[in-house]
Design a binder for this molecule. Structure first.
Ligand code: HEM
Length: 190
């Protein structure tokens, strides 16, 4: 008898923990709250990553897997933040051309999970730069449903995925972290 496969949400967290640590290191190096200018460059990275993620929001497989997809995504928020800060949105090719389900769900996992850490980033944006959920830091705000609740619903979606999709979702998440790593590394070249 085969043993049941571990919950996809647990696998994702465990198998990308190293990459999450790397994000925190890259963020520390980029020092996005050192000035409004540094923060605007960080927001441009967020914009490009959200562009990559929202690129496949029309994918029928993803829409079927994530019934509340319409509440997710922060591309417009990042665009509005850049406008608040007097910056035009960056023009960079989408990195996810050809990405579909199940890999797309892994990319969305990285984007959705990043809303949790964003609570801490929002606090810094407020305290160090005087930004808010209505000016400059919309992309770090909680969803209207609340961070914890919207995340809980997403975890339930992950854990409802068939076992044969799990490896591809994890691979998608690793690719998404790699992409965000490239974007963040650009902010503070070694
Ligand atoms: C300084 C920067 C960051 C900090 C301080 C931070 C902090 C956190 C914290 C505290 C959590 C866990 C929240 C909880 O378990 O309740 C979390 C989760 C997560 N973060 Fe970050 N984060 C940062 C950057 C990022 C970036 C840049 C990404 C990706 C673009 C990211 C993706 C994720 C994901 C996917 C999770 C969910 C992990 C899971 O439970 O499966 N984080 N982060």
């Amino acid at each position: 008898m085969s043993s049941p496969s571990p919950a996809l949400s647990r696998r994702l967290k465990a198998e990308t923990a190293f990459q999450h640590d790397r994000m925190e290191q890259l963020m520390a190096r980029a020092d996005p709250f050192g000035s409004r200018d540094a923060y605007a460059r960080f927001t441009a990275s967020q914009y490009l990553f959200q562009q990559d993620v929202e690129h496949f929001f029309a994918d029928p497989g993803l829409r079927a897997a994530v019934p509340d997809l319409h509440v997710r995504g922060r591309l417009q928020a990042a665009r509005d933040d850049l406008a608040d800060l007097g910056h035009a949105p960056p023009d960079d090719a989408v990195a996810t051309a050809g990405v579909t389900m199940p890999e797309a769900l892994g990319w969305l996992y990285v984007s959705e999970g990043s809303t949790l850490g964003a609570a801490f980033l929002l606090k810094e944006a407020r305290e160090k730069l005087g930004l808010s959920e209505d000016f400059g830091a919309r992309n770090l705000s909680a969803y209207p449903g609340g961070r914890a609740q919207v995340w809980k619903q997403f975890v339930a979606t992950l854990d409802a995925q068939p076992a044969q999709a799990h490896d591809a979702v994890v691979a998608g998440a690793q690719a998404a972290y790699d992409r965000m790593g490239v974007l963040l590394a650009r902010l503070a070249p070694a």
